[in-house]
Write a new protein. Structure first.
Length: 293
């Protein structure tokens, strides 16, 4: 709420010129900021109305041509809105990959589930899975439909579930990241520290999870539209695709992606990845590499 309004001393005019907004729009936005009932909010009783300003001074009654803004009184504090309509609260925009779950907002909202649904319906959030919401990029207006790419949506979901820089995009997902699979596919793979069932995202596509120890994987941070997350290096991705082409249910695409990555690997880094493998796995990768010469 604090990100949607500017707070002032009771009875004072807002700093600077008041935002010129249509009265009906101002009331609609104010109602949306307070929840489904126009005169109440989850944190207490609210009184609201429209006032006008002229030359920065608050007017008791607005005349045609005066700027309008909406105000309400919450626990005796005067507040107004206008500039922040459609803005994502900082607690959400600042979350890793701009993604939150209700449990993450328990200390912020009295009813975070209801508040997230309200923001989704207002067009500021996109729901990527049950109980997981992503803030739209700032450049996307609330009325415009938007959804993140599959790999980003999957990493957003996993990051909200396991923490920042804990999940790793791997296998088919990493192959997509490195453009070894040129076309969009309906599945991606993420390495996490604990077992997790596959998830069908609300924005489309399926996430397959594999349990891996991140410390045994060669990873690199990549910057995407929602933020930064970890992905296996080209060398680690090739090894993973060779060892487990069936992970994700698209073995032909996995094998083709491994072949596409072969000429892009750094041999020294590839040797370092192979050195971490069990002897039987290292032998399998080495044998595969000889067939590609």
């Amino acid at each position: 709420m604090n990100d949607l309004v500017n707070q002032h001393t009771p009875g004072s005019a807002p700093e600077g010129p008041a935002p010129a907004v249509n009265a009906e729009q101002a009331l609609r936005r104010l109602r949306a900021s307070l929840g489904s009932r126009p005169n109440t909010a989850p944190w207490g009783q609210v009184t609201w109305h429209l006032v006008g300003t002229r030359d920065g001074q608050r007017l008791g009654k607005a005349s045609p041509g005066d700027a309008l803004y909406a105000e309400h009184y919450l626990f005796g504090s005067f507040m107004h809105m206008g500039r922040g309509a459609g803005r994502v609260p900082a607690v959400i925009a600042g979350a890793p990959l701009r993604t939150v779950r209700p449990v993450m907002l328990r200390g912020v909202y009295a009813n975070p589930e209801k508040e997230l649904v309200r923001m989704r319906e207002a067009g500021t959030l996109t729901q990527v899975a049950h109980g997981t919401y992503v803030a739209k990029p700032d450049r996307v207006p609330p009325e415009q439909a938007w959804k993140p790419p599959l790999e980003e949506a999957a990493m957003a979901y996993a990051t909200a579930a396991y923490g920042d820089r804990v999940p790793v995009l791997t296998g088919l997902g990493a192959a997509r990241q490195w453009h070894a699979i040129p076309r969009a596919i309906g599945v991606t793979v993420i390495a996490v520290p604990a077992q997790h069932r596959p998830v069908r995202l609300a924005t489309g596509g399926t996430v397959v999870f594999t349990v891996r120890d991140q410390t045994t994987m060669a990873t690199v941070p990549v910057q995407a539209g929602l933020g930064t997350f970890l992905v296996t290096t080209i060398e680690q991705t090739l090894v993973d695709l060779v060892l487990r082409p069936d992970l994700g249910g698209m073995p032909d695409e996995a094998r083709a992606a491994a072949r596409a990555l072969r000429d892009r690997v750094d041999d020294a880094r590839l040797d370092a990845v192979i050195a971490w493998l069990r002897p039987t796995w290292a032998r399998k990768v080495t044998e595969w590499l000889t067939t590609q010469e």
